[in-house]
Design a protein around this ligand. Structure first.
Ligand code: DGL
Length: 354
């Protein structure tokens, strides 16, 4: 039911970017771009597992966030209204282009993007690579619908708006504010199917924390991002197809061959351990490279580094090693990389840089 009833805050936000309930021009102006998810969801009871989204209007939602208009002037705009399991390249391009337009116009102090939690980590990394600006771009979502006991959406929105309006957030790349934590767009990953404490940044830790709108920052991103990123979506209308294939014991080559046959220009192998796979799968990947497909070895293990030339001879096979990028994020980077190159060593450099 959760999967089929996803209508977001997006549906109830004004399409026009009119400031809502602003109190004083001295407050930061934060624009909320809504894409979907269940942050505005409503359930039959406070303990229902299933719920109906979209039942909550923006006015009700803002009223459910006490003090929100005391910390920022809020504008709302609907970019999409999809559950994030349906997130796709078209919405990414639309969203990123809109973010870049807003940042270029320089009329807001920060942007909050409401998003379903399933693919939030991919959207965050995509934006981290293509957004051009130092002002805060902050994603948030919720694990519980707004009518649930201890709904997490209102405080997540409050904190995300506070982070977006905080000048201390500037230059820290695309951020995700959830459950009192501020994650970097590159590192964040969902680690639990339903728990409120689902998001972790296992490799490098948090960018900071936020408590009722008060931020404490720990670090800046370690990798190139936003204004220092070479990637641009100007003039881009589509991306090359990149598939992720999950490795396992007794893996056959069939899915790899099928992906290539179906037009994949890039493949991410979510390998076992340090990016390994069965010998028949390895041979299929070598065939893929010979036919011009770029193959990136990542790992299905949730943390750690996929090392180049470790157990697999990447030099010999012409593979790229993903480092500590998770398969879903490696896919995002490879899609962008393939816009300008299909040369494995040039793409390896991008994986070492971003
Ligand atoms: N399937 C989820 C999504 O990512 C809905 C629940 C949520 O927003 O976390 O949109």
């Amino acid at each position: 039911m959760k999967n089929t009833l996803l209508v977001s805050l997006a549906l109830v936000l004004s399409i026009h970017a009119t400031p809502l309930l602003g109190q004083t021009t001295k407050l930061p102006h934060v624009m909320i771009l809504a894409t979907g998810g269940t942050i505005a969801g409503s359930a039959e009871s406070q303990t229902s597992v299933g719920y109906t989204s979209g039942a909550v209007t923006v006015d009700v939602l803002i009223k459910a966030v006490p003090g929100l208009t005391k910390i920022a002037r809020i504008s709302g705009e609907q970019v999409a209204s999809i559950g994030s399991q349906d997130m796709n390249n078209e919405v990414w391009l639309k969203l990123a282009k809109r973010v870049n337009e807003i940042l270029k116009a320089d009329t807001v102090d920060g942007i909050v993007i409401t998003h379903g939690t399933d693919t939030m980590e991919e959207t965050a990394y995509f934006l981290q690579l293509v957004v051009k600006g130092r002002k805060p771009v902050v994603l948030t979502g919720s694990m519980r619908p707004s009518t649930a006991l201890s709904a997490d959406g209102p405080l997540n929105i409050y904190n995300a708006v506070a982070v977006a309006g905080d000048t201390g957030s500037r230059g820290r790349g695309v951020l995700v504010a959830v459950n009192d934590n501020i994650h970097g767009g590159r590192e964040i990953t969902k680690t639990n199917t339903t728990s409120v404490q689902t998001f972790e940044s296992p490799q490098y830790g948090l960018i900071g924390t936020t408590l009722y709108g008060k931020q404490s920052f720990f670090r800046y991103p370690f990798r190139k991002n936003t204004t220092s990123s070479e990637f641009t979506i100007d003039g881009v209308t589509a991306f090359p197809r990149v598939d992720v294939i999950y490795a396992h014991a007794n893996m056959s080559p069939d899915l790899i061959d099928a992906a290539v046959k179906n037009g994949a220009k890039g493949l991410i192998i979510a390998g076992v351990g340090d990016g390994n796979m069965t010998t028949p799968a390895l041979e299929a990947l070598a065939r893929a490279v010979r036919s011009g497909v770029v193959v990136v070895r990542s790992s299905r293990v949730p943390s750690g580094h996929t090392w180049r030339n470790s157990e697999v001879d990447d030099d010999k096979y012409g593979f790229v090693a993903a480092g500590e990028l998770l398969p879903s994020k490696a896919r995002v980077l490879l899609m962008l990389a393939l816009l300008t190159s299909n040369e494995p060593l040039a793409i390896q450099k991008m994986f070492d840089t971003y």
